[in-house]
Write a protein that binds this ligand. Structure first.
Ligand SMILES: NC(=O)c1ccc[n+]([C@@H]2O[C@H](COP(=O)([O-])OP(=O)(O)OC[C@H]3O[C@@H](n4cnc5c(N)ncnc54)[C@H](OP(=O)(O)O)[C@@H]3O)[C@@H](O)[C@H]2O)c1
Length: 281
């Protein structure tokens, strides 16, 4: 009992650097021009964080920054393409200033369709953004956090991380990487006072489906969550020091299904869903 209380207290302390250390109350969020990332920026601003927001569409970031500034938040904009080395370098340089207490690696996209027919350049761009940029930014963020013995990282994966997904093969594989990588970092970083949490959302109403070319009709209405609810769960989980958060009861069930179902059956079920969801063959 005593051990449990002590562990909880240690994790909570590690997870809430920005709430306990005034000077580190600044978050950097990638992919903040839309969807889940924009919602992270809004909810963090409401919780008293200053924010650095990153994406390619600078006009959207500028608009969000002006809105947040009106509410008293210091909002900095970095317009960067994180699928390109120079875009990642710009954000690495910002992280190296050492004042970011919470890093949200959220920028990402998916592609839907038969792999052999998808343009390979876009598949590689997906790997560069979902894996390469997230890895490099986690490294750049962790350096100063480790030095100060405080900080938190939220890496955004997906329920697709829990099993292979035919017709979204590259996407699911990138998210499996994010989940495994983040769990590894979680164990390493809690030793020096930093929390790493992996967020695994299911279907969430954002621009994601349009970008991925997934027909929304293929996903039943009851499976959808709002970005607001997803981000609330994520911030709560990071604050309590969790390694993984999968918001929504149905998503939790989906995430656990592969543990109790033969792998060939899991592949068939997920493949059938996403073959149907593809808007183009
Ligand atoms: N929505 C879902 O159903 C769902 C489910 C599971 C996981 N996720 C994950 O949640 C995260 C956020 O997605 P979302 O649902 O909020 O989708 P979204 O509405 O399409 O937003 C994606 C964000 O990523 C940014 N982004 C895309 N490519 C970029 C690049 N090359 N460089 C920099 N930023 C880039 C976009 O900004 P710009 O276009 O302005 O660059 C945008 O701000 C992603 O990692 C996604 O895989 C989403």
């Amino acid at each position: 009992m005593a051990t449990e209380t002590n562990d909880t207290a240690t994790e909570a302390k590690a997870a809430a650097p920005a709430d306990t250390k005034q000077e580190r109350k600044r978050a950097l969020i990638t992919g903040a021009s839309a969807g889940i990332g924009e919602e992270f920026a809004r909810q963090l601003a409401k919780r008293g964080y200053d924010v650095v927001i990153v994406a390619r569409r600078g006009d959207r970031l500028d608009k969000l920054a002006s809105e947040l500034k009106e509410g008293g938040t210091d909002a900095e904009v970095i317009t960067a393409d994180l699928s390109r080395p120079e875009g990642v370098t710009a954000v690495v340089e910002r992280l190296e200033k050492g004042d970011i207490g919470l890093l949200v690696n959220n920028a990402g996209f998916g592609t839907n369709g038969e792999f052999a027919q998808l343009p390979v350049d876009r598949e590689l761009m997906e790997i560069d953004l979902n894996i390469r940029a997230l890895t490099q930014l986690s490294h750049a963020g962790l350096g100063p956090m480790k030095k100060s013995g405080a900080g938190a990282i939220i890496n955004v994966a997906s329920t697709g991380a829990y099993q292979p997904v035919p017709y979204m093969s590259t996407y699911a594989a990138t998210k499996a990487y994010v989940l495994s990588f983040s769990e590894g970092l979680h164990e390493e970083a809690k030793g020096y006072g930093v929390t790493v949490t992996c967020l695994c959302p299911g279907a969430t109403r954002t621009e994601f489906q349009e970008v991925a070319g997934i027909g929304e009709d293929g996903i039943p209405g009851f499976l959808w969550m709002s970005a607001e609810a997803v981000v609330e769960k994520a911030l709560g989980a990071a604050k309590s020091g969790s390694a993984i958060v999968t918001p929504g009861l149905l998503n939790k069930l989906t995430a656990n299904l592969p543990r109790f179902t033969p792998r060939f059956a899991v592949r068939k079920i997920s493949g059938a869903m996403f073959k149907r969801a593809a808007t183009k063959e």
